[in-house]
Design a protein around this ligand. Structure first.
Ligand code: BG6
Length: 523
């Protein structure tokens, strides 16, 4: 994590450093899955941005490992082409790109063969001897079935052994297991080779500025925390709505579904940031311990508190789109969910009795990730004839993406001779205060691995706790496949039945924002 600047409009001139800002030491980054989508779309563009921000050490090398038989030049060329296609905004800057490509080496290899790791050891030894680079960061940008075997092979080859001035770290991508038992098995397998402080389990939501800002909002301001509890908060809604479908990932999604894909990782990270107790410091373990404690306090989720859905055909942006079952590599009768809504309770002193409603889905009417914190109604209406329940509620809306920012809604008197109360909002948009920074969301994550700051990464116990919280629901849904799929049209706000989850508590979902952010404040 980096630094925070106060907006120039309120007169602060210097950034307030809230965390250590260390320059990374020299290192070799070894990317397994160098020819894959993740490397091309996110990892290399993030490195490019880090070079532009002068955040990489001069003595830096990249070794790309993958099955494809190609030369280093061909690899670099394919990366450049992909960056131009997927991120034209971050157009390649010639000096930056040449800085990177001079440090790149491609190694065609099979991840499952011991010989690959002996060869890799030779390349790393060369970096040590010729360039004095002894630290190594291994990035596993590969399918989940390779995580365990690659770590074991690294161990057998002695590549995970650390010594003074030579650290070894491993970044593991998502998904970390597909249920509690597979997550435990994977943890056990990699922890036989690595110590916990060498492992960086990624959840890319934690790379988002607005997600990191939740801690700053809560703990660097005096006005929110005193209200942040069951005495003042009525409920919390967390929404991650997507317009995309399964995007050619049908095979992966068939096995995964929206619950596994989004809830124990991304949505629970947002939940933890909102619900955790203040850590005693911003030290990685202090923060992660508090997050884990919060996640441990989630009540077991009963099927009555969970709604699932699957999109059928519909219209998105005036274009007809087909239903999930007609997507490539999806079985026409498969009951995989592409949407779910959950009501969660948190068993602790701060949150007892405050429901957290979570929902996520594909092919919804708008792309938006946001957290709405709705405060309790004023206890007493100012005017005798106004029933309290008709006053608009105060809502703190954190807009994670897009339109990053936040707003607070409150009541105001409408101008005029009558006393009429209306809901209005104060709005903060990132773009109004800060220079836009080119980012793919992985810059901070990679930088943090290089400086050894694991705050934004999942610890073994956190991952297991999150799977434990959803395991009962996974089992129950597997026992009883949904009979009513598809149950929402592409381009809609999700299944109508999801409204009941809140309606039975006398509440309603925030509208999924389609235009101006303030719209979302009105249930
Ligand atoms: C990924 C999921 O982890 O997160 C995808 O596998 C999902 O299905 C994506 O689309 C959402 O991330 P973002 O950053 O686009 O909101």
């Amino acid at each position: 994590m980096g630094t925070v600047t106060a907006p120039s409009s309120i007169g602060a001139e210097t950034a307030t450093k809230i965390l250590r800002d260390r320059q990374p030491q020299s290192a070799t980054l070894v990317i397994f899955g160098a020819g894959g989508d993740l490397t091309k779309r996110l990892v290399v563009p993030a490195l490019d941005h880090l070079v532009q921000a002068r955040k990489l050490p001069d003595r830096f090398a990249i070794i790309g490992v993958d099955h494809n038989d190609q030369t280093t030049e061909q690899w670099c060329q394919s990366l450049a082409e992909m960056i131009q296609t997927v991120a034209p905004a971050s157009r390649i800057d010639a000096p930056t790109w040449s800085w990177l490509t001079h440090r790149m080496h491609y190694m065609p290899a099979d991840f499952t063969q011991a010989g690959t790791f002996t060869h890799l050891e030779g390349l790393l030894a060369k970096q040590r001897e010729q360039n004095g680079i002894a630290n190594v960061l291994f990035y596993l940008a590969v399918g989940e079935h390779f995580f365990g075997p690659i770590v074991e092979q690294l161990g057998h080859a002695g590549l995970t052994q650390q010594s003074k001035g030579a650290w070894r770290r491993v970044i593991i991508e998502k998904p970390f297991g597909h249920d509690l038992s597979s997550a435990k098995t994977l943890n056990a397998q990699i922890l036989r080779v690595l110590s916990e402080d060498q492992i960086y389990r990624i959840d890319h939501f934690l790379g988002k500025e607005t997600v990191q800002n939740i801690l700053v909002l809560r703990f660097a301001n005096g006005i929110f925390e005193p209200l942040w509890n069951r005495d003042h908060i009525d409920h919390v809604q967390i929404t991650a709505a997507e317009t995309i479908g399964v995007e050619g990932r049908g095979r992966f999604y068939e096995r995964t579904g929206a619950l596994r894909d989004m809830v124990p990782n991304h949505l629970f990270q947002l939940l933890a940031m909102i619900g955790m107790e203040p850590p005693i410091s911003f030290d990685a373990d202090a923060v992660r311990t508090k997050k884990t404690e919060l996640l441990q306090a989630i009540h077991p989720i009963s099927p009555e508190n969970a709604i699932r859905g699957q999109y059928g055909g519909g219209v998105m942006l005036e274009q007809k789109v087909q239903g999930y079952r007609h997507e490539p590599n999806v079985a026409p009768d498969f009951a995989t969910e592409t949407y779910e809504a959950l009501k969660l309770g948190i068993d602790n002193w701060r949150w007892a009795g405050v429901p957290f409603y979570l929902r996520t889905g594909k092919r919804l009417s708008a792309r938006t990730t946001e957290i709405a914190i709705q405060f309790r109604q004023a206890p007493y209406a100012l005017f005798r004839d106004t029933p309290v329940e008709r006053l608009p509620a105060n809502i703190l809306m954190l807009r994670i993406q897009p339109e990053e920012g936040m707003s607070v809604s409150f009541s105001a008197k409408r101008p005029g001779s009558e006393i009429e109360i209306d809901g209005v909002a104060m709005d903060f948009a990132y773009r109004d205060y800060f220079e836009p920074v080119a980012t793919v969301g992985y810059e901070t994550l990679i930088y943090d691995c290089l400086i050894g700051d694991a705050t934004l990464f999942q610890r073994a116990d956190t991952v297991e706790v999150t799977w434990r919280a959803v395991q009962g629901l996974i089992d129950s849904w597997a026992r009883e496949p949904a009979a009513d799929f598809p149950n929402y049209a592409a381009g809609s706000a999700g299944p109508a039945v999801a409204d009941r989850l809140l309606a039975r508590d006398g509440r309603a979902w925030m509208a999924i924002r389609t235009d101006h952010p303030h719209k979302a404040l009105r249930p």
